[in-house]
Design a protein. Structure first.
Length: 946
């Protein structure tokens, strides 16, 4: 009976199949809910719906001409697919799993199908457009382009184990396409089932989507997905943005790293009617002068051209009193505050406090910061906490600088590596090369040998930079900063004028005939002009050439005869005629002039190799940094473009959150910028007040001719302090390091009459006990953080209300946006209209209380400055009595050690005067450097930059 029943069922099934094949579209038998007859002809491959010995199953199934049946594990699969497509889904990704399948299929390695089990259903033009983007568009758009996309995993069982391996890849593709097309009970117009195919584009693998859909007559039409004109425009814009970023990447480096604050300027200060008097000795035996206040080596004065000339006239061990009417100080711009700029920004304050460890100056933590880290283990060598934490913060800052690349590598291995590796494997199996997709990271992977070499080289250079001498570090930074400054300060307008005048030379010289001659000349001149323009228009090219010229400069011989040879003169004359003059001349602006350049044949081979090493390190670091920066910035440019596209296409979902973010950013800027504005207004009022106090001195300086203008420094006096009896002394910050200590020197005037204030004095003035003074910077930012926190809580409350009631009352996206804007506008009304929390009192400099506070501050203010040069009066008092000198030397050598003056750093150094007998202010050791000091007069070694 069972056999009869079995054959009866088979006979009934065969009769049903014949009936379906005969009636065609009139009688429809559903497999997965859609017509079986529609799978008869696809791409010239004929399939039969069923073969004998195929058993019926209660669950949906699809079959092929091979004895293999695919059975779904869930009866609700068609309903799940329908529900996904009804929720405005534009793209639905299918990943089909076959339990027990080894993954092998006939003809896969020779076929043109990529990932046969990965399929996509798209709807409309937007769905197709997403497939034309990069495969990782989800992470590039920060998930904004994946808002209306879904992923589904479908598990199918095989009727017999590994029966798929008997099918060829084309048949397998057709069967799965039919499965996905026919498994839906409702098919809408425009829906396509797509999978990826591999095309051979002149030996390069090209991965394209092949999309198929069913037409009205029941047949299936397939076509390759190609880009339309608007997508071509989008990709062109992305390419141009990447190209611009590559060429302008050097300009993205903050100019504060290499511009004004690193420039050292010389400021002159006249001591008035009472010049400073110094008792000076030059000697080869400095140990005999035990009561000397300051001892130093003559090499400390090698850049002081005027003071060196005075020392040349002195005799060893002969007492000499020097009258100093004027002193020159080296002032680093980062120690100054301009009228329109104050160093109180939030990021600047955080960087100074933690990265530069300025927090150790606060009384609450100073004791801990200067304590020893391991007093029980390192008794011979003391390591304070601030020094240890400074090194740690340096390492953390390097990690922060490397964080963009670390993030790029993480995103690659998290979201791109698997897909890229699969594409490379499939392309290599078919003898095709992997295409270049605009990124070296994708083409080579971050673990390629090239990137490993870059990692090792940058790490080694960083370690070497940390352990080399400070002088070598300064040479390195000197070259880099100078090149960066010249790059940014180039006059582009002059270059354009030169370019136009060069191209118009035929018309200028030959008149009308020049129009015809110019056509021929422009063919030769235009490439040359474009090269010069690209040098000044694109910072990366500019900086690269400057560094390369710097490298060639140190490779060239330094012989004076060679420089003055006829060949070199002709080359220079030719260069001068064809290169724009002034600041736009490449030889003048591209080559960094340093003190080492003035050294001629006296330069040793060791010094030259050292300088070559410094320049080579600069070049290698620059190229490696630019290479990684190009990869990072191009990746983030793609993120910005893809995210913008995602926000525009999904504005209904993103507008509410986007408006909330913009409102939050606006309030953050308002709260924290108010702190900067308060300090800035105080600085302007304080500068104006100091200019009024120094009005007499300023009039003398400003009325000088333009060529006689110098950088000047003034000591300020108030109504309560008319005299300037404050100390002017010569101090040692370190053994042998000389500095001027001057009181009340708080006003500096540049050559262009721009006023400056010392940074230390500015912050001390902010803390004066007056109601209009800003006060402690930390307290101001703590108040701003508290105010901003309250606004954040209120805005989050508004956002929750908008999102909650929008679901209940079905608010549209525009209404949600208006509700969010209305709620976010309330804190602004309270801050600026009702409570006026940002209102600050103006500084009244005529207030008596302010004048008293300012006079007290000015009376106590002292600061030391590096010496640039010492101007000595003509009347030098030199004692010629050799016997007196000998007796004095013997007396000094016999003094007890109790009268010794320590060379250590002292914060309360006494003023140097010549009124005290038998007291030597300055002893200069010439035992080792006497010959060298004579040659210093002929060297132009004056540096104006560090």
């Amino acid at each position: 009976m069972r056999e009869v029943s079995k054959w009866s069922v088979i006979l009934c099934m065969n009769m049903q199949i014949l009936l379906c094949l005969t009636l065609g579209n009139y009688f429809k038998m559903t497999v997965f809910g859609l017509p079986v007859s529609n799978i008869t002809v696809v791409n010239n491959v004929e399939l039969t719906a069923l073969k004998e010995n195929v058993k019926l199953k209660s669950k949906p199934r699809v079959v092929s001409n091979i004895d293999c049946t695919f059975i779904t594990e869930s009866d609700d699969l068609p309903a799940e697919i329908d529900s996904q497509m009804e929720e405005n889904t534009k793209v639905l990704f299918f990943r089909i799993h076959f339990p027990g399948w080894s993954g092998n299929i006939l003809g896969f390695e020779q076929g043109n199908i990529y990932k046969p089990t990965h399929w996509v259903r798209v709807r409309g033009r937007l769905g197709k457009g997403l497939l034309l983007l990069r495969h990782n568009y989800e992470i590039l758009s920060l998930s904004t382009l994946s808002l209306n996309t879904h992923k589904m995993d479908i598990s199918l069982n095989q009727s017999s184990p590994n029966c798929i391996e008997k099918m060829d890849v084309s048949t397998f593709e057709i069967v799965l396409r039919e499965l996905l097309l026919n498994n839906l009970k409702k098919t809408e117009a425009g829906d396509n089932i797509c999978n990826i195919h591999i095309a051979d584009d002149n030996g390069v693998a090209e991965f394209v989507y092949k999309c198929c859909h069913r037409v009205q007559d029941g047949t299936i039409q397939c076509e390759d997905l190609t880009k339309d004109i608007w997508l071509d425009v989008l990709f062109t814009i992305i390419f141009l943005l990447k190209l611009y970023v590559i060429l302008a990447s050097a300009r993205y480096i903050p100019d504060s790293w290499y511009r004004v604050k690193h420039v050292v300027s010389t400021y002159n200060h006249r001591l008035g009617n009472k010049p400073l008097s110094l008792n000076v000795r030059i000697t080869k035996t400095p140990d005999l002068y035990r009561n000397a206040k300051v001892k130093t080596d003559i090499s400390r004065f090698k850049y002081m051209t005027q003071f060196i000339r005075t020392l040349q006239d002195l005799k060893p061990d002969v007492p000499c009193n020097l009258n100093i009417p004027e002193i020159k100080m080296k002032v680093k711009e980062q120690r100054m505050v301009t009228e329109d700029n104050v160093p109180v920004g939030l990021l600047k304050s955080l960087y100074d406090s933690f990265a530069r460890c300025k927090i150790r100056e606060r009384p609450a933590v100073s004791k801990c910061c200067y304590a020893d880290t391991c007093p029980q283990y390192h008794k011979s060598r003391r390591i304070p906490w601030h020094r240890f934490l400074s090194k740690l913060m340096m390492f953390i800052m390097m990690l922060i600088l490397a964080m963009p690349w670390i993030l790029r590598v993480y995103l690659y291995y998290q979201y791109e590596h698997e897909e890229i590796s699969a594409q490379k494997d499939v392309a290599s199996q078919r003898g095709l090369s992997f295409p270049f997709q605009g990124s070296v990271t994708l083409y080579l992977t971050p673990s390629h040998i090239l990137f490993i070499v870059i990692y090792v080289m940058l790490s080694v250079e960083y370690v070497l930079y940390g352990i080399v001498k400070k002088s070598i570090q300064q040479k390195f930074m000197l070259v880099v900063r100078k090149c960066f400054r010249d790059m940014r300060e180039g006059n582009i307008a002059d270059v354009f004028r030169w370019s136009v005048s060069t191209l118009l030379k035929p018309c200028t010289s030959c008149g009308v005939v020049g129009i015809f001659l110019g056509i021929i000349m422009w063919i030769v001149a235009l490439p040359y002009v474009m090269v010069i323009l690209s040098f000044y228009l694109f910072p990366t090219i500019n900086l690269t050439i400057r560094m390369f010229v710097q490298f060639i400069e140190y490779l060239l011989p330094r012989s004076t005869k060679l420089r003055n040879s006829p060949f070199c003169r002709k080359m220079y004359k030719c260069w001068k005629n064809f290169i724009p003059r002034g600041k736009t001349s490449i030889p003048e602006s591209a080559v960094v002039v340093t003190s080492e350049r003035n050294k001629q044949e006296s330069m040793t081979m060791q010094s030259r190799c050292l300088q070559l090493l410094v320049i080579l390190v600069c070049l290698i670091s620059l190229y490696f940094f630019i290479f990684l920066l190009i990869e990072i910035v191009s990746f983030f440019v793609e993120i910005a473009v893809y995210t913008s596209v995602g926000i525009i296409l999904n504005a209904e979902t993103c507008l509410t959150y986007l408006s909330f973010i913009f409102i939050l950013a606006g309030y953050a800027n308002s709260c924290f910028s108010h702190v900067v504005d308060r300090y800035l207004s105080f600085n302007k009022a304080l500068t104006t007040f100091l200019l009024e106090l120094s009005k007499e001195n300023l009039e003398e300086a400003t009325y000088l001719p333009g060529d006689q203008h110098r950088n000047l420094a003034f000591r300020v006096k108030t109504e309560d302090i008319q005299a300037l009896e404050g100390p002017v002394s010569l101090d040692e910050t370190e053994p042998g390091q000389l500095r001027w200590r001057v009181s009340r020197l708080v006003l500096f005037l540049g050559k262009n009459d721009m006023p400056f204030l010392p940074r230390k004095f500015f912050f001390d003035a902010c803390k004066m006990p007056h109601y209009a003074c800003p006060g402690e910077l930390l307290l101001n930012y703590l108040r701003a953080c508290g105010e901003f926190s309250m606004i954040v809580v209120f805005l989050l409350f508004v956002l929750v209300i908008v999102l909650a009631f929008s679901e209940t009352y079905h608010l549209s996206a525009s209404n949600q946006l208006l509700a969010a804007l209305a709620g976010g506008f309330l804190p602004w009304i309270f801050m600026n209209v009702v409570f006026r929390t940002h209102a600050s009192p103006p500084l009244d400099t005529s207030n008596k209380n302010f004048k008293i506070c300012f006079s007290e501050l000015l009376d106590k203010y002292e600061q030391n400055w590096p010496i640039d040069d010492i101007i000595v009066a003509d009347n030098v008092n030199i004692q010629q009595n050799v016997e007196e000198v000998t007796n004095e030397t013997n007396i000094l050598s016999a003094q007890d050690n109790e009268n010794n003056v320590s060379h250590a750093v002292t914060s309360n150094a006494d003023a140097i005067t010549s009124a005290e007998p038998n007291r030597i202010d300055l002893v200069i050791d010439i035992s080792k450097n006497r010959r060298k000091s004579k040659s210093l007069l002929d060297d132009d070694l004056k540096e104006t930059t560090l």
